[in-house]
Design a protein around this ligand. Structure first.
Ligand SMILES: Nc1ncnc2c1ncn2[C@@H]1O[C@H](COP(=O)(O)OP(=O)(O)OP(=O)(O)O)[C@@H](O)[C@H]1O
Length: 261
């Protein structure tokens, strides 16, 4: 059986006006190797917090009340997961880079954090950058974040994920800030990496077009809970929960030609 990332009973909360408010309310989810699992839902339903909660790097003011994250059945702490078992690609790549570090320095840090630094580091960095579709990787390694476009930075994030050799990738709205052509490139790239390296991807999005294009299974979230899950085809053809029906209807209203038979 392939590798599996499992999240069980994740509960995240904050305090408002002195009273506790649960933002993620007992979420169970699994991500299989070699496939893309989409976590979808309207803005504010808790997708990003779930992604941060899995890795135990929550923003201040939000705490984890309960929940376990396991890889292949073994419970893991955030520190063991981050960068070693789970790599991340985020919506706004610019905010993920240190403005005073070159791409090479970022890549070396990634290797160090993953415990994979060695005499062949530079060779591996060049290979990962090339695989992420960055032309002239040797030139790009010398660049700083401000010298690069959002699309290039997104590819570097994916290259860094590859370098870490983490078996799982959490991609939080990886295409939202990109134009349509770059969106397609990034989704193509993720699909290739899933096929070639057997990555297990948790793709967080509110865009059902991205879901239809990239995901095998889908979990639909509303108000901090998963309200429906299923195969991507079933989600589009027979959505059962009102939240799923609303997401599918909104998508088909925009793209009626994508009506699934
Ligand atoms: N640091 C924080 N402190 C308190 N509440 C927060 C914090 N971050 C997020 N929230 C609240 O948690 C809820 C879920 O937020 P989250 O960012 O996970 O939503 P989302 O589904 O990812 O939305 P979007 O698609 O807009 O990114 C929202 O009600 C949000 O206001």
């Amino acid at each position: 059986m392939g590798r599996m990332l499992t999240i069980e009973g994740l509960r995240l909360a904050t305090r408002r006006h002195g009273a506790p408010v649960e933002l993620v309310r007992g979420l169970d989810l699994s991500v299989s190797a070699g496939a893309v699992t989409a976590l979808v839902g309207a803005s504010g339903c808790g997708k990003s917090l779930t992604c941060l909660g899995i890795q135990d790097c929550l923003p201040s003011g939000v705490t984890r009340l309960a929940g376990r994250v396991a890889v292949d059945g073994q419970v893991k702490a955030g520190l063991e997961l981050r960068g070693r078992l789970v790599a991340t690609v985020m919506q706004n790549p610019r905010s993920a880079f240190n403005p005073v570090l070159s791409m090479r320095a970022h890549a070396l840090e990634t290797l160090k954090a993953a415990g994979r630094q060695g005499p062949d580091s530079d060779k591996r960095i060049l290979a990962a950058f090339a695989e992420a579709g960055l032309d002239e990787p040797a030139r790009i390694l010398a660049l700083y974040p401000f010298q690069m476009s959002g699309g290039m930075l997104q590819r570097v994030m994916i290259a860094l994920a590859l370098l870490s050799e983490a078996p799982f990738l959490i991609a939080d709205e990886p295409t939202t800030d990109l134009d349509l052509v770059l969106q397609a490139h990034v989704l193509d790239l993720i699909e290739r990496l899933v096929a070639r390296h057997g990555l297990g991807v948790l793709l967080i999005t509110h865009d059902m077009g991205v879901v239809a294009r990239a995901a095998r299974t889908v979990a639909v979230m509303e108000s901090g809970q998963i309200v429906e899950r299923g195969d991507v085809h079933d989600i589009f053809t027979e959505p059962r929960h009102a939240a799923t029906q609303a997401l599918v209807a909104a998508h088909l209203a925009l793209y009626p030609e994508e009506q699934v038979a």
